[in-house]
Write a protein that binds this ligand. Structure first.
Ligand code: HEM
Length: 218
């Protein structure tokens, strides 16, 4: 595999090329951990977001028709259902947060993306509603600061797979929505999450997929 790595463009090959420059540090074990990190960080986060995405689509059937080329629906899904609902850090040293709060070495500092995504204080009235149009200003997509839309974390350790995740979810959603219309199997059943590291949908998403005759069909 190492011999081919110069010709290939996948992520492991990129790291194999880099490892030649620093073989002491970038051992096979180190490379294994990087790939494992990518697999763990990338699988449940994207799969769960897709479940919540199809759930909000079922609740908003008109949007299903026009969604195919849009990204704001995914962003709005992640605002309400962040795949990493709680995240945090442990203080390496005594410090003072920007709001003046003193923290001591060893303290845990957590932020709750799930709550932040639903706060009227941050998102205004209707913060709990699924409104992809909130991301538009004069009809043009207007991204928010990652410190406000925190689903991918922010700063130097922001998610490395963010753009890849959007691409992957768009491809899958496009393929499925091209052929099917989705309806919740039971619209009256309350859908909720299971408390875990990622925001799993409790009992998974139960939907009916109805073949489409054409994209304009609602
Ligand atoms: C909806 C999809 C995703 C969401 C919401 C998401 C969210 C996050 C969050 C919140 C973090 C910060 C964790 C922390 O340091 O405390 C993170 C880190 C990371 N993510 Fe994602 N992620 C997604 C998809 C992906 C995908 C598809 C990949 C790769 C294929 C990926 C790769 C990574 C990596 C490597 C890190 C660690 C970055 C670092 O520590 O410097 N993620 N992600």
């Amino acid at each position: 595999m190492k011999q081919d790595s110069m010709d290939k463009e996948d992520i492991l090959s990129r790291f194999l090329v880099e490892s030649k420059k620093d073989p002491e540090k970038m051992t096979d074990l180190y490379l294994r951990d990087i790939i494992l990190n990518f697999m763990l960080a990338g699988k449940d986060s994207t799969a769960n977001t897709l479940s919540w995405f199809f759930y909000v689509l079922c609740k908003n059937p008109l949007i299903q028709v026009k969604i195919v080329e849009e990204i704001r629906e995914f962003i709005e899904t992640l605002r309400l259902y962040p795949a990493v609902p709680v995240d945090g850090r442990c203080a390496d040293a005594d410090d003072v947060l920007p709001d003046g709060l003193h923290i001591r070495k060893g303290d845990g500092v957590y932020y709750i993306s799930y709550a932040m995504g639903r706060m009227p204080y941050i998102w205004g009235n209707y913060a709990e509603d699924f409104r992809p149009e909130r991301w538009l200003k004069d009809g043009i997509f207007h991204p928010e600061s990652p410190f406000k839309f925190i689903a991918f974390h922010a700063g130097p350790r922001i998610c490395l797979g963010k753009d890849f995740a959007y691409l992957q979810m768009k491809i899958l959603a496009m393929a499925l929505l091209h052929f099917f219309r989705f309806k919740l199997s039971d619209d009256t059943k309350e859908v909720t999450y299971r408390t875990m590291f990622t925001l799993h949908m409790d009992e998974g998403l139960q939907v009916r997929a109805v073949p489409r005759r054409g994209l304009v069909e609602v």
